[in-house]
Design a protein around this ligand. Sequence first.
Ligand code: BG6
Length: 486
Amino acid sequence: MSAEPTPAEPVSVVVIGASGDLARKKIVPALFALYSQGFLPDSFRLFGFARSSFSHDQFRAALAQHLTCRYVPESDCAQKTRMFLERCFYCSGAYDSKDAFLDLFQLMQNQEPGSETNRMFYLATPPSVFTDAARALGNTGFVQCDAERPWSRLVVEKPFGRDRDSSDRLACELARVFSEEQTYRIDHYLGKEAVQNLMALRFANQVFEPVWNRNFIERVHIDWREDIGIEGRSGYYDRYGILRDVVQNHLLQVLALIAMDRPDGPGARLARQAKLDMLRRIPPPTLDAVRLGQYAAGSFQGRAHPGYRDEEGVPADSRTPTYAAVSLSLDHDRWRGVPFLITAGKALNRRATEVRIRFRPVSGALFDSKGDLPPNELILRIQPDEAIHLKVVNKQPGLTMKLVETNLDLKYHVAFADQIPDAYERLLLDVIQGEKSLFIHADALAVAWDIFTPVLHEIERQGIDPFPYPFGADTPEAGQGLGVRV
Ligand code: BG6
């Protein structure tokens, strides 16, 4: 992302599936944030497309509910919001209808400043209509088929299939309309500030790289938890489950950034290559290395919550896991013997994503301590309240040599006055600027599926029943045996 706003060339963003939550709560607010900071040109236009029938004004009113002026002084908020909404238009139609997309293109041509407008097509629909929508778009003949100017780019978000085969089929369908160069696969975790910082922390400091290996690190634990259930998303969730929803993508990407070797030089291509090389060193886990759980009814924060199987739309005998613990071993000299543990769960006791890197213990003999001293631990808190903590052993001030464990803390809200941008702001600006380092390339997607497809199929083949855990649990028992603290 450029440090300074640069008025870009004319650009339109076409959101297909514009009446859904992703569009209204994430994509459009992020575009508004970019617009209000001057990252989008005056000629910017947003076109929403979906099945429901709305007038332009009804569409604008629905968008307005989720716009907040994070970057605009209160006094200018109403005016900026009005200016942004004036640039938003809506067209309704079926996702598989060439005629409906021709209507959309007609509307675009009427509202765009000229024929040289770049176009970003954002597929924010349910995955079941990805292929139909892409085909219908392609059939109109309006999508530029190369990366030249004015460009047409496709933005698409997971789920990219349910396994390697279905992902390949989807990739082939999309490739009929958009080349790999034009395709931007979003994994929004890569747009998070603290995830982007992983490369800086590791490679812009001298102190971490020399100890970033099996000689010093005992284990790495990536822990993801949410304190909410599936929130009405049973149609999607019951087909995918926790491994496909967050582990195979978001958390595997974080793991790759922690584990990868130093890229051979600057630039998106080499960073992507370094990540891919490390992903290729991750053997698929066997069933022994995976534990699954599913939330049951529980009382949490003073309220009774239903279990997963009681959620509307979930079959009463569903085996879809909402919690998983997976232990991965990397086939790489740097990491041989170091377990990389990923734990992820919905309906746990809090919302947090953290990476905990535990160093090997130091003997306490020099200090007359029995056994080892508490090991150093580096904790990278990705959200909420981004922070870096390093647990160190320190002398307790006083007349004796008493050692205590203490924390070195870097809290973002204390250290940095700047607003932390939402992941989508960063990623959408990157699409406009043609910067691909934070997007998932087809080869990385294929490798990620190769890691998880065998165990996903095995879980389904054996009909593994997930362990129940109460809504609001701290550490589900399901994690036992893999070294997850209980
Ligand atoms: C999405 C998953 O990709 O990420 C959701 O589908 C999950 O189930 C969400 O809740 C978490 O994103 P964030 O940015 O809120 O951590």
